[in-house]
Design a protein around this ligand. Structure first.
Ligand code: ATP
Length: 267
C-alpha cells in the first residue's frame, strides 16, 4: 500500500576517490550541488541562486549510479536511490503519493542525495504509464522538484538515464535538472584507474595497468569490475582445488578474464 512506501536511506562508504576517471563530472557536482550546500553564504554574496539538480546520461554500466552514491559518501549524506519503475503504480493517484513520500523521506533525512534512475520512463514519448496517469505523475514530480509545498533545502537531486531524448523537456528547466551531463565510457586512463580501484586490497603481482587499459577498449566500469570478479573466482577455485595458499592475481589472469567477458560499450 502507498501508506507504507519507504525506501532505505543508505550511508554510502564510497567517495569521489573511489570513482575512476570523471574528473570534470566530479568538479561539476561540487560546484553545482555540494558547495551550495556547504557554503550557501558565498553563493548569496554573489546573488547566485541555489537549487536544481543534475541529469546524468550515458551508456549502461559506466558509473552513473556509482557516481551518485559516491556524491553522498563524499559529504556524509544519506543516499536514497529510486528507480522510476519502483514508483509507478497501476492505480491512478498512487504513483504521485509514492513519489511524494520519496521526497518527504529525503527531506526528513537531510543532507540527502536523492537519486532517480531511468527518468526516461516518465518521458512524454513513453506510453507505458497505465491509466493515462502520466501527466499527473510528471506534474507531481515537477512540483516536488520545485519545492512548491516543502523546501528541498539539503536535498541534492540527481537523475540518470540511458535515453535522455525521451525525458520530458519540462524536467530540464531552470531549478530542475538544469544541468545535463554525459557520463562517457572510461578512456584509457580511467580504465587503468578503475581496475586499480577494484583490485585494491587484493593480492596482485605483475600487473601493467597501462597495458591492460589499452587492451580493454570499450569495457565499461561494470565490465572491468566483472573482469576482476572473474579473475578472483578463477584464483580462489584454483587455490582451493590444489589446496595451495592464495596466489596473487596477475595481468595474465585479467587477460584470461577478458577472453570470457566481452566489452559492452561501443565507440
Ligand atoms: P545503468 O545505466 O546500467 O544503471 P550505471 O551507469 O548506473 O549503469 P553503475 O551501476 O554505476 O552504472 O556501474 C556498475 C558498477 O560498475 C558499479 O557498481 C562499479 O562497481 C563499477 N563502475 C562503473 N564505473 C566505475 C568507475 N568510474 N569507477 C569505479 N567503478 C565503476
Amino acid at each position: 500500500a502507498a501508506g507504507d512506501f519507504q525506501h532505505e536511506v543508505e550511508r554510502p562508504k564510497i567517495a569521489f576517490d573511489d570513482v575512476g576517471g570523471m574528473k570534470d563530472l566530479k568538479e561539476e557536482i561540487r560546484v553545482k550541488i555540494i558547495y551550495p550546500l556547504e557554503h550557501p553564504e558565498v553563493y548569496a554574496a554573489y546573488g547566485k541562486t541555489i537549487g536544481g539538480g543534475i541529469m546524468l546520461y550515458g551508456p549502461p554500466g559506466c558509473g552513473k549510479t556509482y557516481l551518485a552514491r559516491a556524491t553522498a559518501g563524499q559529504i556524509n549524506a544519506g543516499f536514497l536511490s529510486i528507480g522510476i519503475s519502483d514508483v509507478l503504480d497501476m492505480y491512478i493517484g498512487q504513483s504521485e503519493k509514492q513519489l511524494h513520500q520519496v521526497f518527504a523521506q529525503a527531506r526528513a533525512n537531510t543532507p540527502c542525495v536523492l537519486f532517480f534512475d531511468e527518468v526516461d520512463a516518465l518521458g512524454a514519448k513513453r506510453s507505458d504509464l497505465r491509466g493515462g496517469g502520466q501527466r499527473q505523475m510528471i506534474n507531481q514530480f515537477l512540483a516536488e522538484l520545485d519545492g512548491v509545498e516543502h523546501s528541498n533545502e539539503g536535498v541534492l537531486v540527481l537523475a540518470a538515464t540511458n535515453a535522455p531524448w525521451h525525458v520530458d523537456p519540462a524536467f530540464r528547466r531552470p531549478g530542475r535538472f538544469d544541468r545535463v551531463m554525459f557520463v562517457p565510457p572510461p578512456d584509457d586512463e580511467a580504465r587503468a584507474d578503475i581496475l586499480r580501484l577494484h583490485l585494491a586490497g587484493k593480492p596482485t603481482r605483475d600487473i601493467d595497468y597501462a597495458h591492460l587499459a589499452k587492451n580493454t577498449k570499450n569495457y565499461s566500469g561494470a565490465d572491468l569490475k566483472a573482469l576482476v570478479d572473474l579473475a578472483v573466482e578463477a584464483k580462489l577455485t584454483e587455490s582451493i582445488k590444489r589446496g595451495s595458499p592464495p596466489q596473487p592475481i596477475t595481468g595474465a589472469d585479467l587477460r584470461a578474464a577478458a577472453k570470457k567477458h566481452k566489452p559492452t560499450t561501443t565507440e
